[in-house]
Design a protein around this ligand. Structure first.
Ligand SMILES: [Ca+2]
Length: 189
């Protein structure tokens, strides 16, 4: 083809690549932040200190896709020790949609965000889908406060956001208290 024909073909192809959408349609956006609200002492279980860890997830900047789920990074060493993962949040941050939000929970690898730890899935009630709307979360786990930060990930529609917050450290790994006699017995002496 001639140069003019080639140029025309390229222009048509370029025009086809321009997405068409209603002028007023908002681009999908999803932005939350995770705030660490501190920990309270839970108790001594088998010689291991347990704490209740508290968090708040808040919509910010631009949020027109609801929170599908979020994951707080937690070392695999602690997975079997975690208990009392919260499944509800009651708040007045979005009154028209109600005060109660329920979540299902899981522990492990979330393939959609590639984050491993505690996962909260939006289940029913008032979904977190507005700027300044928030829900609160908690769980009980051992671990020192890791001021270097632990990872989190959150997903709304196809949008994934990653960040860091404060949470249980990966080390030292909690160890059940034992006696020298029991240790020796374990090794047959
Ligand atoms: Ca809402």
């Amino acid at each position: 083809m001639t140069l003019r024909q080639a140029l025309g073909t390229a222009l048509v192809a370029a025009a086809l690549l321009v997405p068409t959408r209603p002028a007023l349609a908002a681009d999908p956006c999803f932005d939350v932040r995770v705030e660490y609200l501190g920990r309270t002492y839970y108790g001594n279980i088998g010689g291991v200190q347990y704490w209740t860890w508290n968090y708040k997830v808040i919509g910010e900047t631009c949020l027109n896709r609801g929170l599908s789920h979020w994951v707080l990074g937690l070392c695999q060493n602690y997975w079997a020790l975690v208990r009392n993962i919260s499944t509800t949040s009651t708040d007045n941050s979005d009154p028209p949609e109600g005060t109660l939000t329920t979540y299902t929970t899981a522990i492990g690898l979330d393939p959609t965000t590639a984050e491993s730890g505690i996962k909260w899935n939006s289940a029913s009630g008032n979904q977190l889908n507005k700027v300044n709307e928030y829900d609160t979360f908690s769980f009980v786990s051992p671990g020192e406060e890791n001021l270097m930060g632990v990872a989190w990930a959150a997903k709304g529609a196809t949008l994934v956001e990653h960040g860091t917050t404060i949470g249980p450290s990966c080390s030292p790994v909690p160890v059940e208290t034992t006696t020298w006699t029991k240790v020796k017995a374990r090794f047959g002496n």
